[in-house]
Design a protein around this ligand. Sequence first.
Ligand SMILES: [Zn+2]
Length: 417
Amino acid sequence: MLIDGHNDLAWAMRREYDADLDAVDLTGVVPDLHTDLKRLEAGGVTGQFWSVYVSPELFAGPSAVTATLEQIDFVRRLVARYPDRLMLATTADEVSASGDRIASLLGMEGGHCIDGSLAVLRMMRALGVRYLTLTHNKNVPWADAATDDPVLHGLSEFGEDVVREMNRLGMLVDLSHVSADVMRHALRVTAAPAIFSHSSARAVCDHPRNVPDDVLATLAQNDGVCMVTFLPAFVSPAVARWHAEAKAEARRRGIQKGDPAYDALMIGLAERSPPPVATLTQVVAHIEHVRAVAGVGTGGCVGVSAALRRPRRPRLVQGRPGQARRREHRPRAQSSRGRRRPGWLTSRRDLAGNAGSFRNRPWVLCSKQSQSRRYMLHVTQCPRARRGMARSVHSGIHGFVNTSPARKGGPRCQMRS
Ligand SMILES: [Zn+2]
């Protein structure tokens, strides 16, 4: 069983297709998206946490709650539309019972979506949400984000209440995106295993979104999971530097993230000075490091999450009030066929190049290259996983892999050492 901890399809569909499932056929390959059912199935994904993320730059206060509800509605419509391919899952038992269908779980990203209300948290849980990432890129009044200026240097009292309430409800506490102080604080408070749904190792790539070693060591005591992400800036120190310089340039020009000019600037900078390429070799280094520090089997468990967002190309949207918006002109990304896109992970060649590093090590890796250069790595060495455990934490989900046979059309590349 392979469970991906974070997938932004719902946000991409909202942004690109107004959340209209008639606008795109997800049963075929959709090059404009990182995800479609065909690639999920080919990648051997058996469980998917669909993120019901909404941008804190665009939605704050009650509007963030409304938008999150709309995202939940989208995932439910998605599952209802493809009942033979997807199954909504809210417990480990339901994941196990999903059979050939992809178990579809819900994860919320960012405390702004509960608008400071434990009642909203409880209602989101009632609608099927099984994890909350405490912050996104911006601080919330009760927790600091990794990529914002620290205010609390941890959780406020209300932040502690949120963690305890999630423990009580059976929701996973997701510590991706929070500051290192919040990671440590939340791990002291939580009574249940925590997760990082999409973060890598800070010792390998010094990016604030990654997990420091002392936190990984604590995660081992907590029995938690760190799901290594493939985001190039979190994986490769050179890519991280490129992005840091690009962000500094945006600050110099007074351009905020979320502004269309920001994406245009990033694309312009990438064309002038292409960012370095992050490789699967580097992803593997993160996995190895997390395994070395957090361990497998007795404590923390390394996992894998693929969460990629590519810069949005500028597009013109025309329409009058009351009219459906019409996309007039939408510059296409350069074809990635047969060509490396700067900044993205490369190919199965990288994986093959790693074969030596896995010799005499008890790992099994599977990789599937998708058209949009999204990769899934399948790590099946966790002893719990080998026992086929999809363990229930309260009524939440923990554990993500077992050695069940690859699904039809499954991973193309498999190495055993
Ligand atoms: Zn994220």
